[in-house]
Ligand binder design. Sequence first.
Ligand code: ADP
Ligand code: ZN
Length: 736
Amino acid sequence: MFVRVLPDQAAGRLLDYRVPEAFEGMVAVGSRVKVPVRTRILTATVIETLESSEVRGVRDMVELLDAKPMIRPALLDLAHWMADYYCCPVETAVCSVLPVAVRDGRVGEKRRNTVRLAREISTEELEALEKRAPRQADALRALAGADGPVAVTAAAEQAGVAEGVFRTLEKRGLVVIESAVVARDPYSEKFVSSAAITLNPEQEEALRAVDEAMDKPGAPILLFGVTGSGKTEIYLQAIRKAVDCGRTALVLVPEIALTPQTVERFKSRFADMQEKIAVLHSHLSDGERHDEWHKIHSGDARVVIGARSSIFAPLENLGIIIVDEEHESSYKQDEAPRYNARDMAVLRGHREGAAVLLGSATPSLESWHNAQTGKYRLVRLSQRVDDKRMPVVRVLDLRQQARRTPEGGILSAPLKEAIEGRIAKGEQTILFLNRRGFSTSMLCEACGHVCKCPDCSVSLTYHRAAGRIVCHICGHSSRAPKVCPKCSDPGIRHAGVGTQKVEEAVTRIFPKARIARMDADSMTRKDSYRETLGAFKEGKIDILVGTQMIAKGLHFPNVTLVGIVNADLGLHMPDFRAGERTFQLLTQVAGRAGRGEMEGEVLVQTFTPFSPSIQFARHHDYEGFMEQEMEFRRQFNYPPFGKMVLITLRGTMFERVEFSAQTLARKLKAASPPGIAVGDGVPAPLEKAKTYYRFQVSVRGPSSMQLARLIRSVLDSLPMPEDVFVAVDVDPLHLL
Ligand code: ADP
Ligand code: ZN
């Protein structure tokens, strides 16, 4: 028997080893082992077991580290299925099931030095010490106030002394310092418990459906309900049911919605079992991720809340998997394996006998189609809780407004008046813009020159605070020019609008208002997100300007106005999903208004007021939009009707990439049975990124799995030039 392993420190290189007889039957995929690499012995994870190895002079592995492999059979199966369906190497799939922080032996348990009193210290003794060594006395006093050992760092801070003081005390036999394992709980505060709410009849019905699915797994449930219709309440009660029957629950939330507010809501409902909840998101340190993972692996955690990759959380005895905002494109991973966590949830739930609950106010066309064809069970929540009305949506035609406002149409007169009214009444406003930075690009009015990234085929974004132009694809940045780099005309200016420019305009118009901005640029510190949201919640901010970051999952009762600065951004992307995305976004953002007692109002500024996405969103008519959009997709055989795989080739030599793409397209055409349509090898809409030229070949047909297998077989027999890289994206969400 042989194993293929991934050493902790080998930058993704896989190596084969023979398994000595002593270890046979004990080594499995997921086992941690020691292997010789050149002259060193390294720790590695077994990614695959093999009957034979083609490596000549294959060496023996030397040690098996833990008795129990790190990957459960169910998850291993999932990885194999994923490799097949998403057309990627098995080891890539296996690696994504086992996070780096767990594979990498360097992130061990966190041990910390703790300190405690060695014996009781009398008052006289303390007073004597006070005279000779006041710092030492302070240190001892801090310890006397604690029950049990405390971290040395914390004790030093408490006493206001250097950590070395405790070392001195240790030498004098007054305290004991020892190292102990401490869990790094990123949300270690205690939460006040919140009680379950009495459900309304529609919610009862929904929970009953979930109950049935937990008893006897059947079709996944699509929970379709507007924002504020009480979906989260159903999640909470469903999780409780699962845990009460001794099962576990997995909740997926889009990364962007994994806010302290969301986590708090879950943690406070389950305050009685706080230590049984694990939270996984991208802001965790490796150490925290390692701890949370082991908490799940050991069975201590019963509920996992996390973003996309949490779908692989090693929970056992799953009762329910919940995917909130199932339509979110952030569930799709944009590197191999390019899986969609929503679809993996459906698969995992099916295989492990768990109920699957997909929730959304604007289900994706894929899910809606599945509900219509009976593959999913549709459950509706038709009203906002307590019959709160949907916010009134008014569309403001920028074509007429723009000319009349000195600010070049950033805020039209009606929006300005509406904000004024809110400030006067002490209510809050959210201004939403789907774009960060100060403006989109720098455009020369004289010659039409636009500043572009030298390495990517996109225009650079102007960032005023830094006075620089930045590429949002590769991060390239340079000083913003004062005159046109091409014709030297000083008329170069900022075309379009970004969040910074909106913030600036609003500050100018409402000098007395308290204004904050929230986007990826202003939220670079780990805590800034939390702080800004906290201040907004406490009413310390009147107007919050932001991107998608503020569109999801937030709940602010005092927000009665949402202004959408420009609804057209995104509508004109070269992507058949542009309309769907715009509709979803407008609906989501609108849902932020009027979540409290007061009625909400949404003002949408647009240059294309009659586009269907905007009109249907305005009337809160999801089904109307679906009907029209579904017809469009059917006509062109786009998903959810036809399936699609997008192959992107990139390389630094234009001709070589072009040639490879054309050759690949030709071979695919020759190998395709009838019913499969292979496109030509053409430049990608984003022609160049990070110095690489990009070409695409699209393949369409009735079944994704069939397409994936066809592509794999063609790619396996087609040698690519060494400097041309191929990425296969099955069920792609972004076509750039
Ligand atoms: P959604 O997830 O669909 O946006 P939520 O579950 O967040 O909706 O519910 C919106 C608000 O209504 C929350 O504050 C929630 O606590 C409250 N709520 C939910 N269900 C009920 C109910 N049956 N009765 C009263 N309040 C409810
Ligand atoms: Zn670039």
